[in-house]
Design a protein around this ligand. Sequence first.
Ligand SMILES: [Zn+2]
Length: 341
Amino acid sequence: MAEALEFDAAEPHVVRIGGAEVPPGARVDLRLSVSESYIGDRMTIPVTVLNGEEPGPKMFVTAAVHGDELNGIGVVKELLATLEPNEIAGTLVLVPVVNVLGLPLHSRYMPDRRDLNRAFPGSTEGSMAARLAHTITTEVLDICDVGVDLHTAASGRANLPQIRAVLDDERTLALARAFAAPVLIDAPNRSGSLRSVGHGRGIPVLTYEAGEALRFEETAIGVGVAGVKRLMSHLGMLLDPDVESDLTPMEADETHWIRADRGGIITLEVSLGDWVSEGQPLWTVSSPFGRDRNPKESPYEGVVIGASTIPLVNPGDAVVHIAVPGGEGGFDEDVDVESFW
Ligand SMILES: [Zn+2]
């Protein structure tokens, strides 16, 4: 590990969150108060705190900041089912649903179409997005040393399990390697995201992206659960680690969406995780009369990390997302996703 995270592991490690006190060795379900609905109901975010008997780092795992991205909920559900305070050192703060207003609408966005992941750190006076963001920032991010924010591809696309982080930050790179999703992508922070606010406050946050919106997918969830446990193990938070940790992800410093230059009905010639070489056909387009047009050839050599799931394109539509290896852990073969879980 390049540069150690420094944790305040002084005892006793009582966790104060949402007005509650969680003593060492306790598991507490609570609701963080945010605001109120049109009809005056309390609006809350459900949180479970697992406070280990042993002191150690504090880690949060958030899911569904985008309300239609459900695989992260599946990851948190599995962590809730498989971890207890007597198995961990430090504290795990699990938030299965951050966007509690988008989720019931099956919507990525807030009801007013704001993107919650552009509203951090938020405020107590702003829109509902700002208030939700503020609650997560102050009650969850600020009390933790490190975090994982779980996402999926946007509607109509699918992602190979991947970590996005600022990899030229040594500390973050070490954590991303420890999580060991199949691909690590050096991705700049976007203003207003939970990850960027964490970065600004010295709290490394990894963004995990896997699968499609509105699905529970075994692979996306399996790699996510294993990754969180690998990260915990790396930080000394798992007293009896049961996860494979000797894995080398591919590191990519650039990614490219390949766009359609012709419209029509497409047949993808590649799948998520495929290694593609320059000039290899990525898809073919056919006209409504069934005539095939020239295949679209890959301008890059790399791994397919994202693809459209809709077989219809207009010229200019992004169809296949390719990560070009750089840094360590480069390889030139198909990714065996199953081995990362
Ligand atoms: Zn998302």
